[in-house]
Design a protein around this ligand. Structure first.
Ligand code: NAP
Ligand code: 8YV
Length: 309
């Protein structure tokens, strides 16, 4: 039996598959034999705290439930020869649907319309008109696996697609080398980059102002990508039209100011949170762990540790 440190929760299906090969020690539930731990199962929120990683001298693999791995120090892992895996692709369609749902709900006022119907307010008058989500100029910040899935789904809404990434892609959409310049020309900006230092608050006050009072911001990436203080100020002062957010800087805490605004939609980081997609993510987490035991290889390494396989 190998020894695995579990950080955060895992599903019953994951546990029963893991128990065939691992003795599982859950962080926070008593002592664990740190010298014997060779594998860690964690998730994108909890990651692996630096002091925990430092205290595991024989660690071989960290398997992360989630495609985003900004809570794991992958450079330190690579330096120590520790593989890190994540769950790319299996969640592309789901997260893309979440982004599209946020965009549609924000233009079409579905949440306030639903409240209007449910409360009986309809008997006193019709709900106000909303705005069309069709034929919009949409800027995608981060045209990777999920960004491309968003672009594919947007075709059904006849969107004129623009994007900003560090490297121009082989696609027919309009590329902007400057995020601010893209924000100036689009109706709605959808953020779907990784978190971490290179994207920290790249949606800053200038980008938000460039998006403007009719502009909409959809964030399904990481809270760190948007300057939340600047966002709250712009929404309050009417300099930004609307924000629909699945992720927050200090989640699960959400700034109180956002909770009282009518021109925002707030979701509790549920971009990939369906039974089907979470099952596929859980299966890939376990597959990576079992494969490493079997062959020393993994299925979906993060780029930073791919050279170790
Ligand atoms: P991916 O395939 O690696 O794509 C990332 C894209 O972002 C690439 O196009 C990349 O292009 C661009 N990018 C990276 N750094 C950038 C920077 N500094 N400035 C501009 N563009 C940058 O990743 P993915 O699988 O699509 O996932 C993206 C992220 O979505 C994840 O890392 C995670 O944070 C988030 N996510 C959120 C949820 C949720 O529940 N809300 C669920 C899944 C994923 P260049 O390298 O050319 O710049
Ligand atoms: C998960 C995510 O909620 O994959 C990601 O990067 O943000 C989401 O799919 C999260 O990682 C689960 O811990």
């Amino acid at each position: 039996m190998h020894n695995l440190l579990q950080i955060g929760d895992i599903t019953d299906v994951m546990r029963s598959r893991l128990e065939v090969a691992f003795k599982i020690h859950k962080l926070g539930e008593g002592d664990y034999p740190n010298e014997k731990i060779t594998h860690v199962a964690t998730n994108g929120h909890d990651g692996v705290p630096a002091e925990i990683m430092a205290g595991l001298p024989n660690l071989k693999l960290i398997s992360c439930y989630g495609v985003g791995y900004d809570a794991i120090d992958t450079n330190k892992a690579a330096e120590r020869g520790i593989l890190v895996t994540h769950t790319p692709n299996v969640l592309n369609a789901e997260v893309a649907s979440t982004a599209i749902l946020l965009m549609l709900a924000s233009y079409r006022n579905f949440l306030t319309d639903e409240a209007h119907a449910r409360s009986g307010e309809w008997e006193n008058g019709n709900a106000p008109l909303s705005y069309s989500a069709d034929n919009r100029k949409v800027g995608i910040l981060g045209l990777g696996r999920i960004g491309q899935a968003i672009a594919d789904k947007l075709e059904a809404f006849n969107a004129d697609i623009h994007y900003h990434t560090r490297n121009k892609k082989e696609v027919l959409y309009t590329y902007h080398a400057s995020l601010k310049d893209m924000a100036k020309v689009v109706d709605v900006l959808i953020c779907i980059t990784p978190g971490g230092p290179s994207t920290n608050q790249i949606v800053n006050a200038e980008v938000i102002d460039a998006l403007g009072q009719e502009g909409r911001l959809i964030n399904v990436s990481r809270g760190s990508v948007v300057d939340e203080t600047a966002l709250v100020a712009a929404l309050k002062e009417g300099r930004l039209g609307y924000a629909a957010l699945d992720v927050f800087h200090g989640e699960p805490r959400i700034p109180d100011a956002l909770k009282t605004m009518s021109n925002v939609i707030l979701l509790p980081h549920v971009g990939s949170a369906t039974h089907e997609t979470r099952a596929a993510m859980g299966a890939l987490v376990v597959d990576n762990l079992l494969e490493q035991i079997k062959s020393g290889q993994v299925i979906t390494s993060v780029p930073e540790t791919a050279h170790l396989t």
